[in-house]
Design a protein around this ligand. Sequence first.
Ligand code: DAH
Length: 339
Amino acid sequence: MIEKLEKLNSIAISELYKTSDINAINLWHTKHLGKKSHLMAYLRNLGQLPAQDRPKVGKLANEIRYKLENAYDEHKNTLVSQPTTTNKNSIDITLPGRPINRGRLHITNIVLRKIYSIWADMGFQIYKSREIETDELNFELLNIPKHHPARDMWDTFHTNTPGVILRTHTSPGQIHAMRTYCPNPIRVILPGMCFRYEQITARSEIQFNQVEGLAIGTNIRFSDLKGTLSTFAQRIFNKNTKTRFRASHFPFTEPSAEMDVECFLCSGKGCGVCKNTGWLEILGCGMVHPTVLSNGGYDPNKHTGFAFGMGPERIAMLKYGIDDIRYFWGNDLRFLEQF
Ligand code: DAH
């Protein structure tokens, strides 16, 4: 009798530690400690044993019951506290999967890609140049000498290294591209981030993108610039977009102009967005200044070229009616998810 009880105990213990989930451990409990278990049958039938055996057998059976209950509680606790993923049997493969949030392009990148493809169609390659520049390339070689008042147009972030700054526009890329390709003709766009030490407002940010353009060859004229940029405007906005060129001044171009498009919100009648002028300013442009051409290695007597610079965030604002440039860096999903 005693041996049988001990055997029963060791079988129960070894089976207990084989259980690895809640279902199995509950079944184990019914089998070894439930009303119909062998152990309970022993306890129930103690009265039928000879009187001298009863205390010994009864004591052992109760001890075993107590031990098994404790071992059961302990093992069940360890099963419950285990993360379910480590427990192979507890993954319910019939559950539907959790949807994965799909990423999307940032609105600036949507517009940038559109700009790239329009220029690619017209034979312009992308030329990437650096964001950290020297004062020489950002200003001096672009015909903006030290202390020249024209520098006021570009408030600058300086670094601890004298003469090294964050580029305030993509125009220094013109010099890099010219020095790479000289004396061959060039047709490139130069996209990238620019930085200005300005107060952040609804209309100006301290960092923003620009897309510079540069075409150099022989016999390139202002009419080429006008035709090319008008075609661009019609493709980025719509094919009925009207353009006008206003005289302007940039030290690196001569003559210089700014291109406006007819306000597509009011069709030129005048509204809040175009400040009642009927026109929206889109970009700066001009014929590359002879000094800049020769700084890039070209002979201004043989070569001519045009250049332009536009802001993709500004184009996005006009195209999608966004009234505050701060949204672009705000990382607010309610804004980003609209595009
Ligand atoms: N770099 C000018 C700016 O940041 C924009 C610009 C104007 C670029 C005229 C050009 C240009 O290439 O020809 O304001």
